[in-house]
Design a protein around this ligand. Structure first.
Ligand code: NAX
Ligand code: ADP
Length: 261
């Protein structure tokens, strides 16, 4: 996983925790050097790797060889939550995606880096799972969030087809679409999940399932369902005031429930 930006350290922590709680054996968080101690304090079970930064915890082109090296040793690379949108950070994301030959999960600012550059997804050897919310999807596709929501299935399908990637369009309900036109509509989850950071947890969940041997195809479908199920378990204590960390903590129970089914 590769994160940065001092404004959004929570996003990095939630994605890494989501991966851990969804069963990833080892999670390494690549993080701007100045944020290393902070992340180590937040995350006892997660390994960290310092990355060269430009300014304010943001990562630039100098970090690319370090991330490429990290990706070469991992089963899956997740990029995006909390990166920030500095121009050089966006360029570095594009370079990493170009270089990567491992399964990728791209979210949040990782998606913002692809605005106007989705051709990279077809050129890279990696099969990518993209997890936009309606705002990010709108930016990528030149639509408003309202337009995206008017035809969620149609937009997700069109995006998957034209980008050659797996598209998880988050929301109520979340739609998972594949380049060949196959589409799934998720049934788990609840409005208590409409709170900052639950999307970051989903990034970690999908990456963790890929790390455990699922194809990106199956990990996208199962990951979205598992994440919603964890949200439903967390919501037993009440939807109002539910937080992203509650969803991450409910993942082991959701996973166990799925295995029983
Ligand atoms: N604790 C943290 O550190 C958190 C950091 N985060 C990070 O903050 C950065 C910015 O991400 P944001 O998502 O806040 O900002 P964005 O600018 O990507 O999204 C916000 C805009 O997107 C649209 N939008 C989002 N969800 C929508 C929905 N469900 N329906 C309709 N429209 C919707 C709206 O227009 C909204 O104004 C990212 O790096 C992200 O990872 C967030 O993930 C939240 C938690
Ligand atoms: N009413 C709802 N029903 C089911 N899932 C929801 C609902 N509202 C939000 N979610 C889920 O919560 C998550 C929110 O993610 P996202 O929009 O990326 O937020 P953030 O960027 O703050 O983490 C998505 O997985 C979305 O599908």
């Amino acid at each position: 996983m590769w994160r940065g930006s001092e404004a959004y350290t929570g996003a990095a922590a939630l994605a890494a925790t989501g991966a851990l709680r969804a069963g990833a054996g080892l999670v390494t968080l690549g993080v701007a050097a100045s944020l290393l101690s902070l992340m180590q304090m937040k995350l006892t079970e997660i390994m960290t790797r310092p990355l060269p930064e430009i300014v304010g915890g943001a990562i630039g082109m100098k970090a690319v060889p370090y991330i490429d090296d990290l990706a070469a040793r991992c089963d899956v690379l997740a990029i995006g939550p909390g990166l920030g949108r500095a121009e050089e950070t966006m360029a570095a994301v594009r370079e990493v995606v170009r270089n990567c030959d491992k399964p990728l999960v791209i979210d949040a600012d990782g998606l913002n880096a692809l605005v106007g550059h989705t051709d990279i997804l077809r050129d890279t050897a990696a099969l990518a799972v993209l997890t936009p919310h309606p705002g990010e999807m709108g930016r990528l596709f030149g639509l408003t969030p309202a337009q995206v929501n008017q035809d969620r299935i149609g937009v997700a399908r069109q995006a998957a087809h034209s980008w050659g990637a797996i598209v998880v369009l988050k929301g109520a309900p979340t739609v998972v679409a594949f380049p060949d036109g196959e589409v799934y509509v998720n049934t788990s989850g609840n409005a208590g999940m409409a709170t900052g950071g639950t999307g970051d947890v989903l990034t970690g969940v999908i990456a963790a399932l890929i790390a455990q041997g699922l194809s990106s195809h199956d990990a996208a479908i199962a990951g979205v369902y598992l994440h919603g199920l964890a949200g439903d378990i967390a919501a037993r204590a009440g939807q109002v005031g539910m937080a992203a960390g509650d969803v991450a903590r409910a993942l082991p129970a959701a996973y166990a429930g799925l295995l029983e089914e």
